[in-house]
Design a protein around this ligand. Structure first.
Ligand SMILES: Nc1nc2c(c(=O)[nH]1)N[C@@H](CN(C=O)c1ccc(C(=O)N[C@@H](CCC(=O)O)C(=O)O)cc1)CN2
Length: 284
């Protein structure tokens, strides 16, 4: 078997075209959605991601608000920028690019954000709303994964999903999304403390690999025909190495490339959260 591709790049492009139509409709009502970003320090990867977010905004007609602070910024400097964006009426929602430089604590920064301006869906209130089933912004990478599977007709209803990795942006929250009645999957969260990872993986209809361990998921761990989503980002000689061994493509039914899979979907879902926030505020 050679797996079919879960093409995140093409799917994200289609979503962006749909969002551009919704942004145009908002503009007709005098509403211009605006995304703010807070970038602290000079990590080239983080800068690349933030620049990508503003490029995406320009493509769909969302306004950009960019705030940058040097690596020497204090906790108070970062929190002051958050206060500014909370008060800025042009800013529909914003993100603080993670990770923050060493010595800065992201949690008080996230808690200070106005939850109604949380574009990442990572604010404690957003995660609480997701737990309680209250409408609000959803975490971008998990939402991107659900949307990527949905648009490729990969069944989640009744599926056994195994998530590998317990990080905040994916592993911690994706189970909340996938076990909603609308998705109706059964989710097992595995991590470095899991005793027999292969045992869990071999039962999975869908695997979400978000451990950040190069080629952790081997072909012999995968059930024939399973859908495998590679979220891991490690780098070797300037190239991305995912969590999924290339041989998995011979066993799986569906596989997301990396790059070109979940990453572009994460970006598209950020735009989606901004448009939804603007629509919510306009009563659409
Ligand atoms: N505040 C946040 N910080 C971080 C998040 C996040 O969702 N919110 N996620 C990651 C970084 N990230 C977005 O910020 C992100 C990562 C990767 C991609 C992407 O499109 N990747 C490309 C490949 C890019 C490359 O060659 O390096 C792909 O997968 O095709 C988009 C967004 C951590 N921080």
């Amino acid at each position: 078997m050679t797996a079919q591709i879960l093409d995140g790049k093409a799917t994200a492009a289609a979503i962006k075209s749909e969002l551009a139509v919704r942004v145009a409709a908002l503009k007709e009502r005098g509403i211009v959605p605006g995304l703010g970003t807070v970038l602290v320090g000079d990590d080239p990867g983080s800068r690349w991601y933030v620049n990508g977010k503003h490029k995406d905004c320009a493509e769909v007609g969302i306004a950009s608000i960019q705030r940058e602070l040097p690596a020497t910024a204090t906790q108070e400097d970062v929190e002051n920028v958050v206060r500014e964006l909370n008060a800025d009426p042009a800013c529909t929602g914003y993100i603080v690019q993670l990770p923050l430089p060493k010595g800065l604590d992201p949690n008080p920064v996230l808690e200070l954000m106005d939850p109604d301006k949380d574009a990442d869906g990572l604010h404690p209130t957003s995660l609480g709303r997701l737990t309680l089933g209250i409408r609000g912004p959803l975490p971008c990478t998990p939402l991107g994964i659900v949307e990527l599977l949905r648009r490729h007709d990969v069944q989640l209803d009744g599926a056994e999903v195994v998530v590998v990795g317990r990080g905040v942006t994916v592993g911690r929250s994706i189970g909340l999304l996938l076990t909603r009645r609308t998705e109706n999957a059964t989710v097992t969260l595995c991590h470095t403390g899991t005793r027999d990872l292969g045992y869990h993986l071999r039962k999975a209809d869908v695997v979400v690999a978000a451990a950040g361990v190069p080629h952790l998921i081997k072909p012999e761990d995968i059930k024939a025909g399973a859908a495998v989503l590679d979220v891991g980002v490690s780098r070797s000689e300037g190239k991305i190495v995912g969590d999924v061994h290339p041989g998995v493509a011979e066993v799986a039914g569906w596989i997301s490339p990396n790059p070109g899979g979940v990453g572009p979907m994460t970006r598209a879902m950020l735009l989606n959260n901004i448009v939804e926030a603007a629509e919510r505020r306009a009563g659409v």
